[in-house]
Ligand binder design. Structure first.
Ligand SMILES: Cc1cc2nc3c(=O)[nH]c(=O)nc-3n(C[C@H](O)[C@H](O)[C@H](O)COP(=O)(O)OP(=O)(O)OC[C@H]3O[C@@H](n4cnc5c(N)ncnc54)[C@H](O)[C@@H]3O)c2cc1C
Length: 358
């Protein structure tokens, strides 16, 4: 990145909220009036809307090991999705849905609103937004982990924000910074005096979740595609084949409950996998005793630990802003715990800043 005199803005995080903020800014301000850069610590886009691709034989199995689906309750999110539904990137998901527990009989569950997924993995939505932004001169750098952010006149006369990435300092200064990462993670990035007294980010928090990804050796007949689970360390089960056109390979995504993850955060991945698998088998045996051999049909298992999965305490506003320090904060935790909340938070912050910066 090179130093330029036009105002510039850095977005930390290329999850749905950070991308939405950039998108709204670009809708209102052209590249010759404002430079917009995004840095993302991971290899890809989408944050908690992640997908892991595993090769099995000649096929790929897609594990949506973070968010499983989204619902649409606002006009703004519907406007984003309508063309994507038309193009086939997003589609309604209609799984055979049940409630499972070891103490009661399985029962069919109904959804009362449409549930959507992305074809080719939940991160396809973020990938599509990122492509659109790159076409509008937004620079997005992946594998770029912001370690700290500081004010400095080191590289120009202006008192701008500079970001420390690993052990090198980014030489491009920014007038504004938007952070779109989970609330508490900001406390490691910014110094307290920059946040206080305007922003009290300690107050907003997320609880963890473990995802167990299981790929199966051979097809596995089950009377459901997805299950809400009660009275178990498991909270949710979903079958990969119900989300893909290719059912020649199959697997499960199992989510622990947030409470169980919190209580068992010290356990190793091996221990977590073993406990969740044992509980999955117990649940399936209530349907048919032949499922006790599930273990022998597992080809591969993997655990992902989500440290900041679900909002515990939300801010109750669309975004937070410190317009003395030129800092904005967005993310699901501002409004709730869903993808749509993250999108609305980022979009509203982008629109607010567009008014200030245009
Ligand atoms: C297991 C699980 C299941 C879920 N299920 C659902 C569901 O079914 N439906 C639903 O609507 N929602 C669900 N959610 C919630 C949903 O995924 C989130 O609400 C939404 O994705 C949050 O988006 P975000 O942009 O606010 O944050 P994130 O997606 O967390 O994006 C933040 C980004 O910032 C990056 N980042 C963090 N720190 C740094 C740094 N220092 N430097 C650079 N980059 C950084 C991260 O890598 C990430 O890409 C689920 C979440 C989890 C974990």
């Amino acid at each position: 990145m090179t130093t330029k005199q036009k105002p510039s803005l850095l977005i930390i995080g290329a999850g749905i909220s950070g991308l939405a903020a950039a998108r709204t800014l670009r809708e209102h301000i052209s590249p010759d009036k404002l430079r917009v850069d995004i840095i993302e610590k991971s290899r890809g886009f989408g944050g908690r809307m992640s997908c892991r691709r595993t090769k099995i034989g000649n096929s790929f199995l897609f594990f949506d090991h973070g968010a499983q689906f989204f619902t649409v309750r606002t006009k703004e999110f519907q406007t984003l999705l309508t063309p994507l539904i038309k193009s086939g990137l997003v589609r309604e998901w209609l799984p055979k849905l049940v409630t499972l527990s070891t103490s009661t009989k399985r029962f069919k569950r109904e959804w009362f609103e449409k549930h959507y997924i992305c074809c080719g993995g939940m991160n396809s939505l973020a990938k599509s937004l990122a492509r659109e932004l790159e076409g509008q001169n937004v620079n997005i750098k992946t594998n770029t982990h912001a370690k700290s952010i500081m004010r400095s006149k080191a590289f120009s006369e202006r008192n701008q924000w500079y970001v420390q990435i690993a052990d090198q300092e980014e030489k491009c200064g920014y007038e504004w910074v938007i952070s779109s990462i989970p609330a508490k993670q900001n406390l490691q990035l910014f110094q307290q005096p920059q946040l206080k007294p305007h922003l009290n980010l300690e107050g907003f928090d997320h609880s963890p979740c473990f995802s167990l990804m299981l790929s199966l050796k051979s097809k596995f007949s089950l009377p459901f595609d997805a299950a809400v689970v009660k009275e178990s360390p498991i909270g949710w089960i979903s079958r990969c084949s119900s989300r893909s056109d290719n059912d020649s390979v199959d697997g499960f995504v199992i989510h622990s409950t947030n409470t169980w993850a919190e209580e068992n955060i010290e356990k190793s991945n091996e221990e977590i996998a073993e406990i969740l698998l044992e509980n999955l088998t117990k649940l399936l045996i209530t349907i048919n005793s032949s499922y006790r051999d599930l273990n022998q049909n597992i080809d591969h298992k993997d655990i992902h630990r989500w440290a900041h999965a679900k909002t515990k305490t939300k801010a109750g506003k669309s975004f937070l802003i410190n317009d003395v320090e030129n800092l904005g904060f967005c993310g699901d935790w501002c409004l709730g715990d869903r993808i749509e909340d993250a999108f609305i938070s980022g979009s509203k912050l982008g629109a607010h800043l567009a008014k200030i910066l245009a």
